[in-house]
Write a protein that binds this ligand. Structure first.
Ligand SMILES: NC(=O)c1ccc[n+]([C@@H]2O[C@H](COP(=O)([O-])OP(=O)(O)OC[C@H]3O[C@@H](n4cnc5c(N)ncnc54)[C@H](O)[C@@H]3O)[C@@H](O)[C@H]2O)c1
Length: 407
């Protein structure tokens, strides 16, 4: 009979100047934290991950298949941002490494930018501001409108689209939306059966669709031509969904009264690189450098949210809202030892696991199984373990991918 391992404190490595609130949350949970202000790559990253169970990155650190294969202590990676393209998800899943992100921490920031742009464009603020700075006093009501009573068409009624819907109604706008999925209409918003129906009827059209490949060039000449004369267009979703050549033509012809664009098909990689776009130099067109979600509040919220998810996984095994593992969240039974087992999703694993526990005379106090694709995850609370024999037996099962014990 082997005696139980001593419990070492967990170690976290936080890269790329993640908001300090994350380190505070880890420290409060007894997790040792090392912080590095920049991204790490390849060998540097692998050697820094020795003895590290929790890794926090933003978009600059590439967590490749090689890094994941070499980082054998790693249990969980947190993307302190929205996207997870920088992490090799299939390999993370195969290796039983959980991945979390912050899918809606900057939703409010994007919505507020959209609202401010809708007001600014509808009142032609940038045109008036340009004229004033050039010494021209152009006092006129022509082309300026109140938002009250105007029609807002939201394309993509997800996290951002729905929250914009609520705020726009509070400003007196009439909201209609188009979404390819079934979505509950909030407040007095009206669902359109087609994009064409929405375009024909909206004073402002704003895109909030996700980045699925099928949305490439979703909005081009045909869609701009269907918009009402004098209407306004916004895109704060993804750069590749809009044909900027067509947008420029419709602004120059005067068919559209204005536009705001925050995302571009090609974006500069660093602040020093020139921003090249067909949309530069157009009147009543607001261009922003992909800052829809970039506020101090959003950064803090991301730090808090992702750190909380990583802590819940490291300390409790909870995977709710994980990007890649089955969602399992089991309240801990008092005074128990928790066994976390990631396994291949094949028939009979649960029965085998419970057989091993029974063979070692262990009573199950609580248990929950979740599956997702090729991966299964079972969380089991048993009376306190006084030996590691059962752990060794579970680890030796051919279906076991990763196993650890929370005492
Ligand atoms: N500008 C920024 O800084 C910034 C910040 C955060 C998010 N975003 C982007 O905003 C977009 C929306 O984010 P979210 O959190 O609301 O996403 P979400 O996944 O909650 O919502 C997207 C919605 O779009 C719908 N949809 C997808 N394709 C569609 C189509 N062709 N026509 C109609 N509806 C369609 C989906 O069914 C879904 O309801 C994403 O592309 C996201 O990357 C940008």
């Amino acid at each position: 009979m082997t005696t139980p391992h001593t419990v070492e404190p967990l170690r976290a490595l936080l890269l790329e100047a993640i908001h300090p609130v994350a380190a505070e949350r880890f420290a409060a949970a007894g997790i040792e934290v090392e912080q590095v202000g920049r991204a790490l790559e390849g060998e540097d990253l692998v050697s820094s991950l020795k003895g590290v169970q929790v890794l926090g990155v933003r978009s600059g650190t590439q967590v490749t298949a090689d890094v994941l294969a070499a980082a054998t202590d790693l249990r969980v990676v947190g993307a302190f941002c929205i996207g997870t393209n920088q992490i090799n998800l299939p390999t993370a899943t195969r290796n039983g490494v959980a991945v979390f992100n912050a899918p809606f921490s900057n939703t409010r920031s994007v919505v507020e930018l959209a609202v401010s742009e809708i007001i600014a464009l509808t009142r032609r603020l940038t045109v008036q501001d340009d004229a004033m700075h050039a010494g021209r006093w152009q006092k006129s009501a022509k082309g300026s409108h109140e938002l009250r009573g105007r029609r807002l068409g939201i394309v993509g009624y997800g996290n951002i689209g729905t929250q914009l819907s609520v705020l726009a109604e509070a400003l007196g706008m009439h909201v209609r939306f188009y979404d390819t999925a079934d979505r509950l209409a909030l407040g007095n918003a009206r669902r359109c059966r087609s994009l064409e129906e929405l375009l024909a009827d909206s004073d402002v059209v704003t895109l909030h669709v996700d980045g699925r490949a099928g949305n490439a060039s979703l909005f081009g000449e045909e869609q701009f031509a269907r918009m009402k004369p004098g209407s306004i267009f916004l895109n704060l979703s993804r750069g590749f969904v809009v044909d900027h050549h067509a947008l420029r033509a419709h602004i120059e012809s005067g068919h559209l009264a204005g536009a705001a664009v925050d995302v571009f098909p090609q974006e500069p990689k660093s602040p020093g690189e020139e921003f090249v776009s067909e949309l530069r130099g157009l009147p009543n067109v607001i261009l922003t450098p992909h800052v829809g979600g970039s506020t101090e509040e959003a950064q803090q919220d991301i730090g808090n949210f992702v750190a909380g998810k990583l802590r819940d996984y490291a300390a409790e095994g909870n995977t709710s809202l994980s990007v890649n593992l089955p969602p399992v969240s089991l309240p801990r039974a008092l005074g128990t030892t928790r066994v976390l087992l990631l396994h291949t999703n094949t028939p009979g694993v649960l029965a085998t696991v419970n057989g091993v526990l029974a063979d070692h005379g262990l009573n199950i106090e609580g248990q929950l199984l979740g599956t997702r694709g090729s991966m299964g995850y079972v969380v089991t609370d048993v009376a306190a373990l006084d030996s590691d024999d059962v752990v060794d037996a579970l680890r030796a099962l051919p279906e076991t991918v990763r196993l650890w014990v929370l005492r």
